[in-house]
Design a protein around this ligand. Structure first.
Ligand code: ZN
Ligand code: ZN
Length: 384
């Protein structure tokens, strides 16, 4: 695929040499999408000649919109008139997501994807499934016992939507865009967030990376897998939590732009100063929903432009109102902590225990041998 794009880019390069890159129309700058190893052709022109299609918001052959679903995630991707909805936000914004699709004449979704089954990501998908025909669904390969997960399964069944649990390395198409599955690398994680379906979407030379709520462990495994994670636009993992957007991921992805979906005054203290500093250190241009509402990037496969100016507000969420990690309530007699989902046991002070979903977490005073007899295995990282 890379090879093919490279050839396509080269063949276009000759004709492009005579044209000016029109760049990102909202900022006067000209920022063509860079392709490693290929010098960027950039002509000096006083009044760049723009094809009308590039200025028409809905006429762009590719667009990615981060909807403003508050503390949640919902992303609508359009390529050559075909649509993918990745997550639908939480309960409170479900009707807004449905209305957004209707107002933008999205009468059918080629793909509907859930990053993972947390409420702030899938509640809105249930509403969309009730109102919009969906051809196929991409879902991570785990189950959970929440009510919202059951509702999602029910409506997928009622609407006869074929569900695919893709494996890492699988690819799908959306118009001329290629959807690459880059995560999760496995389903052995302690937190459901790490089992987020991570997609790299490539449209010509423009690439976007969507990692849902994947956290450090999953990010490290993606980087270690050697899969190409480079992108122009990175959708900031887990609403800007410090447990995501690791240095390793930013180095591997090396994005120029970031979209951050986060709710104003959310109780988690998102986004964290740590994540915002990392983005700034990598000189990444930021757009964020809590300050700017919905934001869209457009591309023709060679350059990109945005619906609004970059966000200049780098202020972090309020850590003072952030929930205290629940690990402070480890019972005194607890020898180990169990993950009832992965059937692994850990030492109670193991850091990833904080990230473990509460419904899967169980403290125990049982012995090591007892746990093994019950079918549990010792965590390979903390070696209890
Ligand atoms: Zn989330
Ligand atoms: Zn989550």
């Amino acid at each position: 695929m890379l090879q093919k794009r490279y050839v396509r880019f080269l063949s276009g390069l000759l004709s492009l040499a005579f044209l000016a890159f029109t760049g990102c129309t909202n900022s006067q700058e000209q920022i063509p999408v860079s392709t490693p190893g290929i010098p960027v052709v950039q002509a000096e022109v006083s009044e760049p000649e723009q094809s009308p299609a590039l200025n028409r918001e809905d006429g762009a052959s590719f667009s990615l919109t981060m909807l403003d679903v508050g503390q949640g995630l919902s992303i609508l991707v359009q390529a050559d008139g075909e649509y993918l909805l990745y997550d639908g936000g939480g309960r409170g914004t479900s009707s807004y997501v449905v209305a957004y699709l209707q107002q933008h004449a999205v009468t059918e979704l080629e793909w509907l994807a859930a990053s993972h089954y947390d409420e702030d990501h899938i509640s809105g998908l249930v509403g969309v499934l009730h109102t919009t025909p969906v051809e196929q669904a991409l879902m991570p390969d785990y189950t959970t016992d929440t009510q919202i997960y059951q509702s999602l399964q029910t409506v997928l069944g009622e609407k006869n939507v074929p569900v695919i649990h893709p494996a890492k390395g699988d690819t799908f198409s959306l118009g001329e865009a290629e959807i690459q599955v880059v995560g999760p690398q496995n389903y052995d994680y302690d937190s459901d967030n790490d089992e987020s379906l991570c997609l790299r979407i490539c449209y010509g030379d423009f690439q976007c990376l969507l990692t849902g709520d994947a956290e450090q462990d999953a990010e490290q495994d993606m980087v270690a897998s050697g899969q190409d994670l480079t992108c122009d636009l990175y959708v900031v993992g887990h609403h800007g939590s410090s447990s995501s957007t690791s240095e390793e991921l930013l180095d591997a992805a090396s994005p120029a732009y970031a979209f951050l979906s986060v709710g104003e005054d959310n109780p988690y203290g998102h986004p964290t100063a740590q994540t915002l500093n990392a983005l700034q250190q990598h000189e990444i241009t930021l757009y964020r929903t809590d300050q700017q509402g919905e934001v869209t990037v457009y591309s023709d496969g060679q350059k990109c432009w945005f619906s609004t100016e970059p966000c200049q507000d780098w202020s972090a969420g309020n850590q003072a109102i952030a929930e205290k990690p629940l690990s402070t309530t480890v019972p005194q007699t607890a020898q180990y902590v169990l993950n009832t989902h992965t059937k692994k046991f850990h030492f109670p002070d193991w850091p990833s225990v904080d990230q473990m979903s509460e419904k899967n977490k169980e403290f125990t005073d049982a012995s090591r041998d007892e746990l093994i007899a019950r079918g549990y295995t010792a965590c390979g990282r903390c070696n209890p």
